[in-house]
Design a protein around this ligand. Structure first.
Ligand SMILES: Nc1ncnc2c1ncn2[C@@H]1O[C@H](COP(=O)(O)OP(=O)(O)OP(=O)(O)O)[C@@H](O)[C@H]1O
Ligand SMILES: [Mg+2]
Length: 507
C-alpha cells in the first residue's frame, strides 16, 4: 500500500427510499492532501462524507484508515479514530459551552466528575493553535453566542481534540465573509502541513483552485474522475460535473427600465442603518451591494416587515403603504428570501408539501380544508421550474441535499406570487450549472414585471445579474452604479472612497 494513503473508501453504495445516492464510489486521501470533492446538487458528496465519518452506514463497500478496515457505528466512533467533520449545516449543540462541545463524548474527568478546570484549559490550548481566529473565542462561552466563522473553528477544534487524521469540510465558506474565509484557508493549510488529510467540498471553483491539490468530480452518485488540480482547469471540471459544456453564465441585461415600483425614503433602524432611500423599477434587477455587515440584510428585513424600523416611508407605485409586520408586506406582494435557511427558512423536520403550504395556508384551502392535492401540484410545478431533485413530496426537507433545500426555499416564495422579491444570498450552496439556471429565472421574473432585489456576497454574481446596484456601507447608501459603471472595481472604489471620507472627517 502507498504509505501516504491514510484513508480509502472503496465501492461505497448507499440507497435511500427512492434514490441511489452512491452507486459504488471509490476515493483515496493522502497525508497532508487537500482533496476537493465537487459535483452538482444531489451528486452524493455529503452522503459520501457522512458515511466516511460514521453519520450513515454504507449499504456496501469498505473504508480503511491507515491500511486497516474500519466500521464506525456513529460519528463519535469516527472522531475517536481520527475523523473530524465540519458540517454543511453546522452541527454543534447551541446551548452548550465551547469546551463542552469540543470534548463532548470524551469529557475529562476526575474521580468520576467532570473536570471543568482541565476541560477549559485544554479547550484554550486547542483554540490557541488557530492564532487570531481562535483568540476571540472563550472556552466557557455558549456556542449560540458565536458567529458562524467562530462556530466552524469550534468544529475544527472538536476534531483536533482527539488525534485527528482526516478532516472533512462541507461547503465551509458559504456563510463566511472574505476575511473569515482567508483565515479559514490559513488554518486548513496549517493542518495539512501537519499531515492531516483534508476533504474539501465546495461549489466555488476559485477556492478549489487556490487551496486544493487534488480533485474528485462526482455525478449522480458516481465518481467521474480524480485528478491533480495542477493538471486540470475550472472549465473542464465544470463540464464534467454537469455533463455538458456551460455557455455564458449570466443572462442578458435589461435594455430599458419601466415605471418606479417600490420607493423607500429615509429608512432608519439604528444602529444597523440610517436614512436609506432608493427605488426599484419594472423590468430591472437591483442589487443591494456592500461588504458583509454593511446593513443590506437588515434593510431588506425592515422593508419586508420582519424587523421594525424607527423612521422612513415605503411607497408602492406612488402610494404610501403601511408595513409593520411580514403579513402587511406579503399582502402587498413584498417577500423576503432569508440568507439563513436552517434558522428561519425551512422546517427541516417537515415534508416538502408542509413547507410549501406553511407561508400561505389559505391559498391551498378548498371548501375550508387544506387541499394536499393542490399543494402537491404546486410542489411538482416548481420542481420542474427550479429542477429540484427529490424522490417524494412527502419526504422531509432535511433529507434533501443542501442545494436542493435552497431551491425549495425559493420555490416556496415564488409560489406566493410575489410582486417584489428581496433575495438574500439566493444561490448559496447552489452548484455552478443550477446557479446559471436561477440567474436566468430571475431575469425572466423581472421581465414578467416582478421587481427583483438581490443581495449577494459574491461580487461577480452581483455584477453579472444586476442592472443597477445601490452600494451600502456602514448602514448608509453611499452610491449607485449601473450600465458600464457597474463593475467590481467601481463598487470597491465607491466603498473605499466612503471609508476614506469617514476617516478624514474624524481626523
Ligand atoms: N437522509 C436522507 N434521506 C433520504 N434521501 C437522502 C438523505 N440524505 C441524502 N439523500 C439524498 O441523496 C442524494 C445525495 O445527496 P447529498 O446530500 O449527498 O448531495 P450533495 O452532493 O451533498 O449535494 P449539495 O451540493 O446540494 O449539498 C440526494 O438525492 C438526497 O436527496
Ligand atoms: Mg451537500
Amino acid at each position: 500500500m502507498d504509505q501516504d494513503i491514510i484513508l480509502k473508501a472503496e465501492n461505497i453504495k448507499k440507497h435511500f427510499t427512492g434514490t441511489y445516492a452512491l452507486k459504488g464510489v471509490t476515493v483515496t486521501l493522502k497525508k497532508g492532501e487537500i482533496h476537493a470533492l465537487v459535483g452538482e446538487n444531489g451528486a452524493g458528496k455529503s452522503t459520501l462524507m457522512n458515511i466516511i465519518s460514521g453519520v450513515f452506514s454504507a449499504d456496501e463497500g469498505t473504508i480503511s484508515l491507515g491500511g486497516k478496515k474500519v466500521h464506525f457505528r456513529n460519528p463519535n466512533d469516527a472522531q475517536m479514530s481520527g475523523i473530524g467533520f465540519v458540517h454543511q449545516e453546522l452541527a454543534l449543540c447551541q446551548d452548550l459551552s465551547v469546551g463542552n462541545n469540543i470534548f463532548i463524548g470524551h469529557l475529562p474527568t476526575n474521580k468520576g466528575m467532570i473536570d471543568n478546570e482541565r476541560l477549559y484549559s485544554e479547550t484554550r490550548k486547542i483554540l490557541d493553535q488557530f492564532g487570531d481566529s481562535g483568540k476571540g473565542i472563550h472556552p466557557t462561552a455558549m456556542v449560540s453566542t458565536l458567529s458562524v466563522a467562530q462556530q466552524q473553528m469550534v468544529e475544527i477544534a472538536k476534531a483536533l481534540s482527539s488525534d485527528c487524521k482526516v478532516l472533512i469540510f462541507d461547503e465551509p465558506t458559504s456563510s463566511l465573509n472574505e476575511e473569515e474565509a482567508k483565515s479559514l484557508f490559513e488554518v486548513i493549510h496549517e493542518l495539512a502541513g501537519r499531515g492531516i488529510g483534508i476533504f474539501y467540498i465546495s461549489h466555488k471553483m476559485d477556492e478549489i483552485f487556490n487551496i486544493c491539490n487534488s480533485i474528485t468530480i462526482m455525478r449522480d452518485g458516481s465518481v467521474i474522475e480524480t485528478a491533480a488540480v495542477k493538471d486540470t482547469n475550472a472549465e473542464y471540471v465544470v463540464s464534467n460535473m454537469v455533463g455538458k459544456e456551460l455557455g455564458n453564465l449570466y443572462p442578458e441585461k435589461s435594455i430599458s427600465r419601466g415605471k418606479e415600483v417600490l420607493k423607500v425614503e429615509g429608512l432608519t433602524r439604528a444602529p444597523y442603518f440610517e436614512n436609506v432611500s432608493f427605488s426599484t423599477y419594472q423590468g430591472e434587477i437591483l442589487g443591494l451591494c456592500g461588504l458583509v455587515g454593511a446593513g443590506r440584510t437588515e434593510i431588506a428585513r425592515a422593508i419586508c416587515g420582519i424587523d421594525k424600523r424607527q423612521a422612513g416611508e415605503i411607497y408602492l407605485q406612488g402610494q404610501k403603504i403601511r408595513i409593520s409586520n411580514c403579513r402587511d408586506a406579503a399582502s402587498h406582494g413584498i417577500c423576503y428570501l432569508t440568507e439563513d435557511r436552517k434558522k428561519d427558512g425551512l422546517f427541516l423536520e417537515m415534508s416538502l408539501i408542509e413547507n410549501m403550504i406553511a407561508p400561505q395556508i389559505r391559498a391551498f384551502e378548498e371548501h375550508g380544508f387544506v387541499s394536499v392535492k393542490k399543494a402537491e401540484e404546486t410542489t411538482k410545478q416548481y420542481k420542474g421550474i427550479l429542477n429540484v431533485k427529490y424522490s417524494s413530496a412527502s419526504q422531509n426537507i432535511g433529507s434533501l441535499s443542501g442545494g436542493n433545500q435552497q431551491k425549495l426555499m425559493l420555490a416556496k416564495l415564488l409560489a406566493m406570487k410575489p410582486k417584489i422579491l428581496f433575495l438574500d444570498e439566493p444561490t448559496r450552496g447552489i452548484d455552478v450549472g443550477a446557479k446559471a439556471e436561477i440567474h436566468q429565472l430571475l431575469r425572466r421574473l423581472s421581465d414578467e414585471g416582478i421587481s427583483v432585489v438581490v443581495i449577494s456576497s459574491e461580487m461577480p454574481e452581483t455584477v453579472g445579474i444586476c442592472d443597477r446596484v445601490v452600494v451600502v456601507n456602514a448602514g448608509r447608501v453611499v452610491g449607485e452604479l449601473s450600465g458600464q459603471e457597474l463593475t467590481q472595481s467601481r463598487i470597491v472604489s465607491v466603498i473605499s472612497e466612503f471609508s476614506e471620507r469617514i476617516v478624514s472627517s474624524l481626523v
